[in-house]
Write a protein that binds this ligand. Structure first.
Ligand code: FMN
Length: 361
């Protein structure tokens, strides 16, 4: 209800201005003594039914914040206090870069969706690493991508630089090869490119964080063909990475309520939110069929409610991530999803959420 009022105000601004206002306010508020404590008291999640061990970490909730909102690792503590069990920062690139020209972020309100072509705007891996190195409470994953000026032929070295800087300070790492907004990035999803890339990052993590076993995940696009999904799953198993995040945003524009002419006028970019729900779930199901419980799967894409999160977990996701729905539903969303999940755990006759993973795979 309160957020409806704020949303009215925020939606009067362009999507990127509203984004900046929100992050700026959260950053300022985080410095005020007692505010994080208050947020934790109001929104924090502490329910034994949701506590789980995954990726070698003890999480208070399987509901995390997806990459792209806290690109530069500036406000993860505030998001942690709002009830997210973990926060994924980034995508961070080895070189600081401004991203694409504005406007580059749009709301499709009728579809409860966002369209973005941000293009990995970020301050660079060294800056994010310095922020993560400070003492913190929130579990943080570091999502890395390729710098725009680096050609795919030199991508491994570029990812390796970021991995070496961030691995010592991250709870897990993600190789992002699925953003549609860096030219030819998604070509790195082809197995012959992916193999040296993942191996290179794995070795970099071992060098930079010896003995810490920082888990590595891969984030994939929803626009992959089924055969490619299977090939990536097989490679992930072969290289023994920890898991796969399904999915990033889509370049598809199907099934939208927003008139096609309006959508077209917005231009290129990745679509997220409600229209992505079905396809992300399909990709997750396909991955689960291929890998069973040998890899940890993270469901992302169009998760708006506890029911959506529950569906992903029963389809095989151990963890879920949210981004777009937060824009439409506000800061109480992570705690609302968490309490809805806890209720469903009890209704299913279970004592803990981990018992629900893959029960409808
Ligand atoms: C504005 C915006 C920026 C994003 N930036 C990134 C990014 O930098 N790296 C990444 O891996 N995913 C990024 N994403 C994708 C999200 O992490 C997520 O995978 C996708 O939005 C689907 O989840 P959702 O439907 O809950 O938004 C971004 C999404 C949005 C809306």
């Amino acid at each position: 209800m309160i957020y409806r009022f704020f949303r009215f105000f925020l939606f009067a601004f362009s999507a990127e201005t509203a984004h900046r206002l929100t992050l700026g306010s959260l950053r300022l508020l985080s410095y005020v003594p007692g505010v994080l404590w208050l947020l934790r008291a109001l929104f924090g999640v502490s329910d034994p039914r949701l506590r789980l061990r995954a990726l070698g970490l003890d999480l208070a909730s399987p509901v995390g914040l997806a990459a792209g909102l806290d690109k530069d690792a500036e406000v993860f503590e505030a998001f942690g206090a709002l009830g997210f069990g973990f926060v994924e920062i980034g995508t961070v690139t080895s070189l600081a870069q401004p991203g694409n020209p504005q406007p580059r972020l749009f709301r499709l309100r009728r579809d409860r969706a966002l369209l973005n072509r941000m293009g990995f705007n970020n301050h660079g891996a060294a800056a994010a690493a310095a922020r993560l190195a400070r003492p913190r409470r929130t579990l943080v994953g570091a999502n890395i991508g390729r710098s725009k000026v680096t050609p795919n032929e030199a991508a491994v070295a570029d990812y390796v630089t970021s991995a070496e800087l961030l691995a010592p300070h991250a709870d897990y790492m993600v190789v992002n090869v699925s953003s549609p907004n860096t030219p030819s990035l998604r070509e790195l999803q082809a197995v012959e490119s992916l193999r040296p890339l993942i191996s290179g990052v794995q070795q970099a993590i071992e060098r930079a964080a010896p003995g810490r076993a920082v888990p590595l995940l891969l984030k994939v696009a929803p626009d992959l063909h089924d055969d490619d999904i299977d090939a990536i799953a097989d490679l992930a198993l072969e290289l023994r990475i920890a898991g796969i995040i399904a999915t990033n945003t889509t370049i598809g524009r199907g099934g939208l309520q927003t008139p096609p002419s309006e959508v077209e006028a917005l231009g290129s970019g990745g679509l997220s939110g409600a229209p992505l729900k079905e396809r992300s779930l399909q990709v997750l199901r396909r991955l689960r069929r291929r890998v069973g419980d040998r890899l940890l799967l993270v469901g992302a894409g169009g998760i708006e409610t506890a029911e959506d999160a529950w569906d992903r977990i029963r389809a095989g996701a151990t963890l879920v991530q949210v981004y777009s729905a937060l824009v439409y539903d506000g800061p109480s969303l992570p705690s609302r999803i968490a309490s809805g999940l806890a209720e469903r755990v009890s209704r299913a006759g279970l004592s803990n959420i981990s018992g629900a993973i893959g029960t409808d795979a």
